[in-house]
Design a protein around this ligand. Structure first.
Ligand code: SF4
Length: 639
């Protein structure tokens, strides 16, 4: 029985979900699954995968994007344990688990790699002191792991299945290193839950598999919130170089005695020269744009011309920077500070730029707040190819449509199983409508001056006709500003909550709480699609009842976007579908998904753009409305 470990009363579709997961794991397949909010994805995935892992001596590695998702996995495991004892735990990095970090502001700024080096050095010092019979000084938490019996923590963890936070606290209270204690328990865990990086970074994956005492082929991989994976995989294979790094590298070269490459070139001058080249690129290519392609050979050509060297010599120059950087890191480590070298970063970037000559990467200059050169990875399958080595994998999300695009983007085989389970909540609880006399299409907006006033009329009508919380999502901050500059505030006598670009987490939470607290009189929230307020935050019951999407949230035109389209066109002959339509569909569905988060939620979503009809295949309940106010009135009158 696939559901023998299921700890709750089975709801609609849950048996079906578990059967498809069990079949895919047994068939060593890859499953791409969309399953709406409230379907119990986490428990429905854990039950069949753990059942199989126990029988076939496999391990379940459950990847999450946030700490709260990781906690949820552990909570569900505790429930399963009422049926059968299965040990599982979460892993996180030193930033979350190392108690020394909390007492050391310098350490808190370190990268995972830097912290690993510092930790390694401290552990060596502890082991040396122990072998010499002296009192260990460098890390008391590690010393205790080495000297004392930690079986009480181990037994407690087996008994209680703590979350990472609970485990860290308990170890800290006992003066033991949580990170090391956790590592020693991973080998016994049937279920391990971890952030994405623990699998998709090759170096970290190797370490995790060592701790687990298994190989990829023993792993049943679960990727939660999988709609994030393609972008995540592109980002971890991409690299950037900015002015600040070059300035720091210049200072570093001077600090270490005016360092030179093996051909005698001053490293400080080289950094200045690269900075100059970036300034010229900025003027020549960037102009008003946010990003632009660097023509092939241009950056390296400038350097070769400047130093009158061949490409081989240029490669050697990049290697020299890396070698100097390694030495600097060692010196800093010995001095007890973060083993960081900016010269190393520049050398690494230069070397990567030289190596990447194929169509999977594109070379750009961009100005997202600061000017940087970027080697951007267009191929998510580079980072995700390790998935293919796993016993099987399950990729799931509440919003993963179109599933074919996801499968192809992350490089899963064409015979992967695709499954979609709609929201378990009553369809009649929501209405999704659009109008066809407006659009935010750039060409139309610049030609037709009546479009913005028309859309404002809709917004004014919807915001004032009902005493209900109304959220308005714009395709970008730029378009939101157009409306605000045009006087959107005037005429709406309700409290406004406006998201501003660059707000920190605290400011965002205050804004959301303020909006939610006004549901009695009805307030208006202005935000953007694809931002923190349109994804990841729930607005149950009256906290949001009307949701308006102004325009269609197509990706912003940019060089990077164009390159992605060309890449997908070459690879799948589906440039526009995969690079433009697929992410737009997910953004639309994610945003509309905010309305209904449980079976009692009701609400109306209004899309102010005639192009909404292009998405009908993914929004079966979408309909054209001749009168949105009447439509809303009728809907709310009926409940
Ligand atoms: S051994 Fe543990 S407590 Fe000590 S530095 Fe490493 S992670 Fe931190």
């Amino acid at each position: 029985m696939v559901d023998s470990l299921f700890p709750y009363e089975l709801r609609k579709k849950q048996s079906e979900i578990m059967t498809i997961i069990a079949d895919s794991v047994e068939g060593k397949s890859h499953l791409v699954m969309e399953s709406g909010t409230g379907s119990g994805k986490t428990i429905c995935t854990l039950v069949p995968t753990l059942g199989y892992a126990l029988k076939q001596d496999k391990r379940v590695l459950y990847l999450t994007r946030t700490n709260s998702q990781q906690r949820q996995v552990i909570y569900e495991l505790r429930k399963i344990n009422a049926k059968e004892k299965i040990f599982g735990l979460g892993i996180q990095g030193r930033h979350q688990m190392c108690p020394s970090l909390k007492q050391d502001s310098m350490m808190a700024k370190g990268s995972p790699d830097e912290l690993s080096k510092i930790c390694g050095k401290r552990k060596m010092e502890v082991l040396k002191s122990i072998s010499e019979g002296t009192k260990p000084k460098s890390c008391k938490y590690y010393a205790k792991v080495c000297i004392e019996d930690t079986s009480s923590i181990r037994n407690w963890a087996f008994e209680t299945h703590p979350t990472v936070e609970e485990f860290t606290k308990r170890c800290e209270d006992e003066g033991i290193c949580p990170y090391e204690a956790n590592k020693s328990l991973v080998r016994d865990a049937v279920l391990v839950t971890a952030p994405y990086i623990y699998f998709f970074n090759q170096f970290i994956r190797t370490r995790v598999l060592e701790w687990m005492g298994c190989t990829e082929s023993d792993i049943i991989l679960i990727v939660d919130e999988a709609h994030n994976l393609p972008d995540y995989a592109r980002d971890i294979e991409s690299m950037e170089l900015g002015i600040k790094t070059l300035d720091m590298a210049k200072s570093e070269a001077r600090e270490f005695g005016d360092l030179r490459t093996s051909d005698g070139f001053h490293i400080a001058k080289l950094m200045r020269r690269i900075k100059d080249i970036i300034s010229v690129f900025q003027k020549d290519y960037l102009k008003e744009e946010e990003d632009a392609f660097i023509p092939p050979g241009e950056f390296l050509g400038e350097l070769m011309h400047e130093y009158n060297i061949t490409s081989r010599k240029l490669k050697a120059m990049a290697s020299d920077l890396i070698i100097h950087g390694e030495i600097i890191k060692d010196v800093r480590l010995k001095d007890g500070v973060l083993p960081r070298s900016y010269i190393h970063s520049v050398g690494h970037f230069l070397s990567f730029w030289i190596e990447q000559q194929n169509g999977e990467f594109v070379k750009l200059i961009h100005n997202h707040g600061k000017t940087q050169l970027q080697i951007y990875c267009l191929e998510p399958a580079i980072a995700s190819k390790a998935v293919l080595e796993c016993h099987s994998s399950i990729h799931m999300s509440g919003t993963l449509t179109p599933l074919e695009e996801y499968r192809d983007s992350v490089g899963l085989p064409s015979d992967s199983i695709l499954a979609s389970f709609p929201s378990p909540f009553p369809m009649e609880n929501r209405v999704v409508i659009y109008v066809e006399d407006v659009t935010t299409r750039y060409e139309d907006l610049s030609k037709d001056r009546t479009l913005i006033p028309k859309m404002e009329d809709y917004l004014l009508g919807l915001s004032t006709a009902f005493k209900r919380n109304t959220a308005i999502f714009f395709p970008s901050f730029r378009i939101m500003k157009l409306f605000l500059a045009d006087g959107l505030y005037f005429g709406i006598n309700k409290r406004f909550y406006v998201e501003e670009q660059g707000m920190n987490q605290r400011e965002i939470m205050d804004l959301v709480e303020g909006f939610k607290s006004r549901s009695q009189e009805g307030a208006v929230l202005l935000s953007v699609v694809g931002g923190r307020l349109s994804e990841g935050i729930d607005y149950p019951s009256e906290q949001m009842e009307i949701l308006v999407i102004v325009g269609i949230p197509y990706p912003k035109p940019s060089a990077k976007q164009k390159a992605q389209e060309i890449f997908y066109d070459r690879k799948f002959k589906k440039g526009w579908e995969y690079a433009v339509k697929a992410p737009t569909t997910r953004r639309l569905l994610q945003t509309i998904g905010r309305l209904i988060r449980d079976e009692k939620d009701r609400g109306v979503a209004v899309i102010l753009d005639k192009r909404a009809s292009h998405f009908k295949e993914f929004l079966p309940d979408l309909k054209l409305s001749p009168d949105v106010i009447k439509e809303c009135r009728d809907f709310f009158k009926n409940g």
